[in-house]
Structure formats: C-alpha cells, structure tokens
Design a binder for this molecule. Structure first.
Ligand code: PLP
Length: 738
C-alpha cells in the first residue's frame, strides 16, 4: 500500500467531496446562470458554498470569488493591484516605486509580479523581502521599505518548510504605508485563522486541491474597497468579476470540504497533528543518524517536516522512500522534476548541502493516525535497507562487495575497485563530500583498503585521501607517494586482477591513469581528467602541462587501444564512461591529435582558438564535459513496458537498498538482471567485448530517469538498441512495495 506524505503538493479528495462532485455531474448539472429549475438548483448550491466559505474564512464582507486555483487568484490580485497603480500614474499621480514579495514565496507570486509589471508597462522595481534563518520575514527591512511599496506579497505559511509567517508583525510593519497587501493563504487554509478583516489583508488566494478538494477549484478573497480588475471577461459570471461558467463539480466538492471543516470530526486538531509529527520526526531521527531539521518546528505548520541527512542527496532519499511506498518530495512539487537546490532554504541562509539535500514530508489533517504509525514502521525499514546495503552503519552481516562501485557528487566521480573474495579494495579519487559515507560503506562491506589513489593533484576540488587513510588504516600498503601509490610496487594485486599506473602529464604535471588488468587482459582504466566523456581535458590549471597533453593522449592510446573502457574523473552529463574510439567520433580535435594529423603545437593552437572563439566561460564548460556532443543525447530512448521483445535483457538499475525494499519486475520471456546504476560500469568491459551491438538492452528504474541516462550512455558506447522503460517501476504493471 502506498503511504502518501506529500500533502503540501496536493491531497487526495475527501470521500464526501468526491460524492458531492459526482452528484453534481450525475444529477445537479445545471448551469447556475440558467433561470429554469436546473439552473436555480445549481445557483443555490453555488451560493451555499460561498456562504460556507465566508463563515470558514471569517470573511462576511468583501468579495469571495471561485477561481480555478491559487495561481489564478494570485494573477487576479496582482493584476488588480498593478492596474490600479497604472491608472493612478496615467491620471498624473505619483505612485510607489517598488513591489515587494517574501523571498520564500511560491514562484507564482514573483512570476506574476514580473509578468504584469512588464505587461502593464509599469517598470517598478521588484524586490524580495529577506527572511531570517527561521524562515520568517525580516520585519525591520519591511518597515523600512513599506513606504515605497505599491504591493506587498507575503504567504501565510510556506509550502516547503511549513514556516508560519508573523502576519500580525507584517500588518504592523505595513501600517500607514498605503501598500496593498496580498497574503497567499494556500497552505494555511483549514489550518490557521487568517483574520482577513482584522489584519486589513487586501487579497487572499486559496486552492482547493491542498485541502482535499479536487484540482481546478480555488477561492480569492478581495477586501471591500480594494482595487479590482477582472482577469477574464466574458459572460459576466461571479458578478462580472470572473467570467466563465463555474466549475460546479469542483465547487460542490470544495463545499463538502468546507462543511467538514465547519462541522468538525473529519480533521484532526492542532495538538493531535503535532503529536503525529513528533512521532514521525522521532522515527526519522532514529532511522537517519545526523538528520537535521531545516525549519524550527515551533514556528511551522504541525503537518510539515523539512529535513536533510548528511551524506545523502535528496534524490537518493526519495528513491529509497519511494521503493518503500512512501511518497515524499524534495522541496516543492513544481521544482521536484528539476534537481535544483531549494531557493526557499537558500533564502534562509542554510548551508549548501542542506539546501541541496532537503526532503519534505507533509501529511494531511484528515489522514488516519494508523497511517502515521505505518509510515514510522516503513521509515525503520528504509534504515534497515540502507544498513544492509552498507550505506548506514549497523549492518549485521557484511554486504556483497561489487567489483566496481561509482560514487558521483556534483559530476565528480570516485571509484572503488574491489575483489569480492579477499575483500581487498582500492579507492580512486575520494571526494570530501563522500565523508562519512565512503568510510561507512567500506566498513560495512568489511573492505580491506589497500590504497587510496588520486589520478592527479586536483585543481578544482580537494581530495579526502588523507582522511580516508586515517579512517581505515589497517590494510594500507605503506609508504605511498603523493598520489597514494605504494612505493616500490609495479602492480597492485586485487584478487585475480591487478592495477598498474600510467603517467599522463597534461591536465596537471602529475596526472596518472590507473589500469585494471585480469588474466584475459586489460579491463578498464581510471583516467581522471585526461579524457572526459564528451569533452577536452582541461589544461589551464597552475599545475597543468599543456605542451605534454597531446603526447599523453597518444601514450594512452598506445597503452590501452581505442576500445578499452575509460572511467572519467568528471561526468557532468551522465555519460558514465567512454572509449577513445567513442571520443574520437564525437570530438574532431581529439581525433586529429590521436590520428597524428594534428601535432602537439597544432592541438594547443586549435584549443586556444576554440577558447578565444567561445570565451573563457563557454570554453570551460566545454572542457568540463558539458557541451561537445550534448545533441547526441537528445534522441528518444523511451519505450513502453509492453514493447519489450524476447532476446533482449531487462536491467534494473535501482540501487541495492531500493531493490531490497521493492519487488523486482518480472517480464515474461525477457531475462532480468539487477545491476545498480552505481555498479553498471563494472559490466561494460564484458558487454563491449562480447555483446552484439544490436542486442536489445532495456533499462528500468524507479521513475525512468536513471534508466534513460543508462540507455543514452549505452547508445553512446555503440549499443543502438539500448532503451529505457518509460515511467519505470512507477508505471510497471502491478508493482507493489513489500
Ligand atoms: N501558493 C502556494 C503556497 C502553493 O503551495 C501553491 C501550490 O503549490 C500555489 C500557490 C499554487 O496553487 P495552485 O496549484 O492552486 O495554482
């Protein structure tokens, strides 16, 4: 069963709201503007819901319009306020110079301000009201700026953090300023009294789907006497303030929710909600040691928890929760598709890792208490899955040690090469962001760490090699040189494989590749930044040896040949790995230098010309692997689950902890392999050597994101029939978490 904990994004529809909507659609479907009996019934329903809304919102005066949702309400309010300013200016009056909005406001507010400010030709300055580390508006700042403000927009409660604004403090800061005041009441509806009249709020938009009504219905309160301009003109519905035949099913459903609020018995009260949140936060803290809350609970809605866990990205945690059937989100739903740090937490001045790793848990006041208990049990199961996969301390038995594991942080890659039997392992390019995750992972896998190697002295980020050696000193081969290679050793043995090194000066003077061999031959090479998939190695650091770079590329070609798998030090575009043959096909400059058509001086000249042509920023982007062949990655790779063909291979790229929590897909007639995205590169040498390039490879993950990356990476490596199963396990037939 799915446990939905994303109520700030949207809620399910309350059964009585569903029934009310169905009744309208089935029987009372009249148009409230018609004057026959069916129309009169609809009109009575409309008036009844509006009357309930007035009581619930304590808004006996002013306008209360039905809208399609809060975004429309915000547009209408902003248009109304800004059009009034425009008219005053046109009449020759002096008008205020700025428009203010809270820095943590929902995007609908600043975007509406920008849109209407430009469209109405006002060209007023738009400024964000700063917030403190607790997420609340800086009232001293507001007091100082209010006299110049034409419109001030402040939300009642924040959708990401749940932080409740100090509306009395804001009202006091605005007193006497003449500024119009918009309060986005979306997250407060049914949870906080807004005291619209008492506080002198001019506009307050609300949204039905955040409180158990369906999407597509909302309310806008407009204070008596506040300026108003209709957003939509037409048939004159809603007293000509909002034309368009009313969404009667939505309004009936909203009416049922408002009636439930008024009558009581459906929604838990604040004390009970706080107790439920306390249970959830205790379960989270027990599951994730080191978890931090990103907003003070005492100032937040009792239904919202925003947290970050050190060492875990938001994406990782969301994948984990989703596998356990827990639906949470990273920040707001609108931003969830993009993996961007939260602007709300950034505005609060929280550390970068917290803003990038933030996860939001929000439940609804109509949720069952048993659901909260079930969620706590599943959070504990998530922790157990992480422990069993070596991602958290506390595993009872050591996990399977993969031959190769890739850790990626912000496009920088770290590799663990290991022998499963002897548990010997070598870490290449440890990243500071992987502390403490990497030492925890190594300990949980009972890995015997022989060496910690850097492929070069890094120019753009630090290595955490020293810390890692100190954390797991027992099996280290000592003494080692500056890059960590054990002195006096020609080859470093890892079970049946061995590692050798190859100096490749260029990116830096000390750049080195590490070559992994087995009895059959060379398997792969960790090449640091000398070859980046889709990019030119950078040679603009103080430590660089640009003149040697072309020669080093040829040395690499001689040592490994065109088809050996190369694992890069950076992979910004998720290309995973490459070969020199693949890079030559994508990059004419590399092709020139490797084929000998371009000598070192010619190569350096061509790079310099490119830099001049593109400018330093663009060039750096190119050199960092974000440009050369990005067009190549745009061809469609998705295919429906039903289109899987016998003869192909289905590869589940979810991480081990997700696979433990969820069930695996079982397609008829297509063999299935569990091969996590972090371990996929280990398989590539065999696939490159043995698998016919036309073999259908079907990748699947939770949502279709990682599987699409995998399919693109494999296409780039020559597998033209690499596909991603569209929608992943979320759309896979009959997938249920355990
Ligand atoms: N304001 C806030 C605080 C919200 O949380 C949302 C929805 O996420 C909106 C506005 C937009 O509401 P709607 O989806 O009804 O347009």
């Amino acid at each position: 069963m799915e446990i939905y904990l994303d109520a700030n994004a949207t809620t399910p529809v309350l059964p009585q709201a569903r029934a009310a909507a169905l009744a309208v659609m089935a029987e009372a479907f009249g148009n409230p503007s018609s004057i026959h009996g069916a129309g009169l019934k609809a009109r009575a329903l409309l008036d009844g819901v509006r009357a309930t809304a007035r009581r619930v919102l304590q808004a006996p005066s002013g306008q209360l319009l039905f809208t399609s949702g809060a975004t429309e309400g915000i547009q209408t309010a902003v248009l109304s306020a800004l059009n009034a300013l425009r008219e005053r200016r046109a009449a020759g009056q002096a008008i205020p110079t700025v428009l203010l909005y809270g820095a943590t406001e929902h995007k609908a507010v600043p975007e509406a301000l920008r849109h209407w400010n430009a469209l109405l030709g006002l060209r007023l300055e738009i400024q964000a009201i700063p917030v403190g580390p607790d997420g609340r508006h800086d009232l001293a700042w507001l007091r100082a700026h209010a006299p110049q403000a034409g419109l001030v927009c402040t939300m009642a409660a924040n959708n990401e953090t749940g932080v409740i604004s100090d509306l009395d403090g804001i009202a006091a800061a605005l007193a006497g300023s003449g500024a119009l005041w918009l309060v986005d009441g979306v997250q407060a509806l049914g949870k906080l009294p807004l005291k619209l009249l008492e506080r002198g709020i001019d506009y307050a938009p609300f949204s039905g789907h955040k409180l158990y009504a369906p999407k597509g219905v909302g309310l806008l309160y407009v204070r008596e006497g506040a300026p108003f301009t209709p957003l939509m003109a037409g048939g004159g519905q809603e007293g000509a303030l909002r034309s368009g035949t009313e969404n009667m099913a939505g309004i009936a459903a909203l009416g049922a929710v408002l009636a439930a609020l008024e009558q009581g018995g459906v929604f838990a009260d604040a004390t009970e909600l706080q107790a439920r949140r306390e249970r959830l936060s205790e379960a989270l803290r027990a599951a994730f040691p080191g978890l931090v809350l990103n907003a003070p609970l005492a100032l937040s809605l009792p239904t919202t928890l925003n947290f970050s866990v050190p060492g875990f990205s938001a994406r990782q945690l969301l994948d984990l929760f989703d596998a356990a059937g827990l639906r949470l989100s990273g920040g707001s739903a609108c931003g969830a598709a993009r993996a961007q740090p939260s602007y709300v937490l950034q505005a609060m001045g929280l550390p970068a890792w917290q803003t990038a790793a933030a996860v939001r848990l929000s439940f609804g006041a109509a949720d069952d208490a048993a659901l909260i208990d079930a969620a706590c049990t599943r959070l504990a199961a998530c922790a157990q899955a992480l422990q069993a996969s070596g991602e958290l301390p506390g595993a009872a038995t050591p996990g399977r040690l993969p031959a190769l594991t890739r850790f990626v942080v912000d496009g920088a890659c770290c590799y663990v090469l290991a022998d499963a039997d002897s548990r010997r392992c070598v870490v290449v390019d440890p990243l500071p962001e992987l502390t403490p995750r990497l030492p925890t992972w190594l300990r949980a896998h009972q890995a015997r760490l022989l060496a910690v190697l850097d492929t070069h002295s890094h120019g753009d980020h630090a290595s955490s090699a020293t810390d890692l050696r100190q954390a797991l000193p027992a099996d280290l081969l000592q003494p080692a040189d500056a890059l960590g290679w054990p002195q006096g050793l020609q080859a470093l043995e890892l079970g049946g494989c061995w590692l050798t090194r190859l100096p490749l000066p260029g990116h830096t003077q000390d750049s080195t590749a590490y070559l992994l061999h087995n009895p059959q031959g060379l398997r792969l090479a960790c090449v640091g930044d000398t070859v980046l998939p889709g990019a030119l190695g950078r040679t603009d650091f103080a430590q660089s040896a640009p003149a040697a770079y072309g020669g080093s590329l040829r040395t690499l070609l001689q040592a490994v040949g065109p088809h050996t798998l190369l694992l890069p030090g950076h992979d910004y575009e998720h290309r995973l790995a490459c070969t020199l043959a693949v890079e030559c096909a994508a990059q004419p400059l590399l092709e020139g230098v490797l084929s000998g058509q371009l000598d070192d001086a010619g190569f350096a000249r061509a790079k310099a010309q490119l830099e001049q042509h593109l400018g330093p920023t663009e060039y750096q982007t190119l050199a960092c692997g974000a440009r050369v062949d990005c067009a190549q990655g745009s061809e469609p790779v998705e295919l429906a689950a039903a289109a899987l063909q016998p003869g192909g291979l289905l590869v589940d790229v979810r991480e081990p902890y997700e696979q433990r929590l969820g069930t695996a897909p079982a397609p008829a007639g297509v063999p299935m392999r569990a091969l996590p995205w972090s371990e996929l590169a280990a398989e590539l040498p065999d696939w490159l050597a043995q698998l016919p390039r036309h073999t259908p490879l079907y990748f699947i993950c939770r949502s279709g994101n990682r599987s699409a990356l995998a399919a693109r990476a494999l296409r780039r490596l020559g597998f033209g029939q690499a596909w991603s199963v569209a929608g992943g396990l979320a759309l896979w037939p009959a997938h249920e978490p355990r």
